[in-house]
Write a protein that binds this ligand. Structure first.
Ligand SMILES: Cc1ncc(COP(=O)(O)O)c(C=O)c1O
Length: 427
């Protein structure tokens, strides 16, 4: 009875992000095996904070980290751990970088008298603000580097900013490259960023929360492969490995850096040091068994299975982009990895002028709200330059080509109706 009631409440008031036409944000359809894994993990209830409290679960987490590193082409003897998601995975790496690169013992003495500076593109996800805040740097320490036409970090601007900061006595310590930006899926020039980090002795972190797993694809963008050169990488199994929430993952090339950033040994800890104790390498003490659902899915689906699922998502995003490009009432804007952006644009609107753009933004904003409320399909939005666009992020193994075609028809139909209401014409 009680469970029936809870199930009713949840099914009646869900956003149904496992639906074939759900492409909002970067929230995947979750792999069914994850539900069984969560049940098993809750029943056994290992505390994966210390090996003694969870011997097999700790080993399974360590193996899952190795497998994930192998999938990414990252050294499989790296340090790593599961956390709640992309934000936490990136924040763990940020704190690790701070400890590795700051002068003196910042964990004991704090950040006083150090003007550490961090560099990332303007398209970087907002986790970086939380990280700079939590790490005691303050958000003014973030240098938001402009992007080029493809929404990738401008490398000349990055170098210029680093040089200017050094000249004024600040201390650059970290560059963040994004492997699949949240808005458009853009992949920064990771190889070139790695070289700049070597030149200036900076920590190189890659936010691969969304796009990192695309590094396993045979035809992956070359830049994505250079994620292998990073000092640390964040990836999110609850995005493109289709794990159920929550599952983020922080990888650090040299495991000692994680211990340096997080270990404390109070007298009431008697857990031994010969095995992996996750309390030593991350911010949590008691920890759940997030790795199990990923460990099971990796075995169930296998590398080849994931290669075909991810490739299919990318192919569907490309199909959406092409359909929008061919439709006289739609405008295709970007496509990178499995994110496509587009907007409704009445065919009779004529050449773009400032007023036209204001009108198109109003129209597409209204269209997005209406589409989301309709329940027919779910996309979110991006703002590219000054354009408000619809954004479909396909991390969904249930989506078919017919769903994509349907989306373009729905958007064209709704767009037309809104346009007619906003811009009545004599008939
Ligand atoms: C590039 C990127 N980084 C970080 C995050 C944050 O991930 P989470 O929502 O799992 O904390 C996201 C979320 O979409 C993202 O796209």
């Amino acid at each position: 009875m009680l469970l029936d009631h809870a199930a009713d409440l949840l099914f009646e008031h869900s956003l149904f992000n496992g639906h074939p036409r759900f492409w909002g944000y970067i929230t995947s359809s979750s792999a069914p095996i994850g539900a069984l894994a969560e049940l098993l993990a809750a029943v056994v209830n290992p505390n994966v904070g210390a090996w003694l409290l969870s011997p097999m679960a700790s080993e399974i987490e360590a193996q899952t980290i190795r497998w994930i590193a192998e999938l990414l082409g990252y050294p499989s003897d790296c340090g790593g751990l599961f956390v709640s998601g992309g934000n936490m995975a990136n924040i763990v790496c940020f704190l690790t970088a701070r400890q590795a690169k700051a002068a003196g013992n910042v964990r004991e003495l704090g950040m006083y008298q150090q003007r550490l500076r961090v560099y990332c593109s303007k398209e970087t996800h907002t986790w970086v603000q939380k990280a700079a805040d939590i790490a005691g740097l303050g958000t003014d320490a973030i240098r938001w580097v402009p992007v080029d036409d493809e929404q990738r970090m401008s490398l000349p601007a990055l170098k210029e900013q680093i040089a200017a900061d050094i000249a004024s006595g600040d201390k650059p310590f970290l560059v963040i490259g994004t492997a699949g930006s949240v808005s458009t899926g853009a992949v920064d020039g990771l190889g070139a960023i790695a070289a700049i980090c070597r030149e200036f002795d900076l920590w190189f972190h890659v936010d691969g929360a969304y796009g990192g797993f695309a590094a396993m694809l045979p035809d992956t963008p070359r830049d994505l492969l250079k994620l292998s050169e990073a000092d640390s990488v964040a990836v999110d199994p609850h995005k493109w490995l289709y794990a159920s929430l929550e599952a983020g993952c922080a990888l650090v090339r040299d495991p000692q850096h994680l211990r340096d950033a997080f270990a404390y040994h109070p007298p009431y800890y008697h857990f031994g040091v010969e095995a992996i104790n996750y309390f030593d390498i991350g911010p949590q003490n008691s920890r759940g068994f997030r790795a199990l659902k990923v460990w099971l899915a990796l075995q169930q689906v296998g590398r080849q299975g994931y290669v075909s699922l991810l490739s299919r998502d990318i192919q569907l995003a490309e199909e959406l982009f092409q359909r929008a490009a061919l439709d006289p009432e739609l405008e295709a804007v970007t496509r990178s990895l499995s994110i496509a952006t587009f907007r409704y644009r009445p065919a009779d609107l004529g050449a773009s002028r400032a007023e036209t753009e204001v009108y198109l933004n109003q129209l597409n904003r209204e269209l997005l709200t209406r589409l989301q409320e309709s329940g027919e399909a779910y996309v979110s939005n991006a703002v590219i330059g000054e354009k408000f666009v619809l954004r479909a992020c396909i991390v969904n193994f249930r989506t078919t080509s017919a769903d994509i075609q349907e989306l373009t028809l729905i958007v064209a139909r709704m767009g037309k109706a809104i346009d007619q209401a906003l811009r009545p014409r004599d008939s």
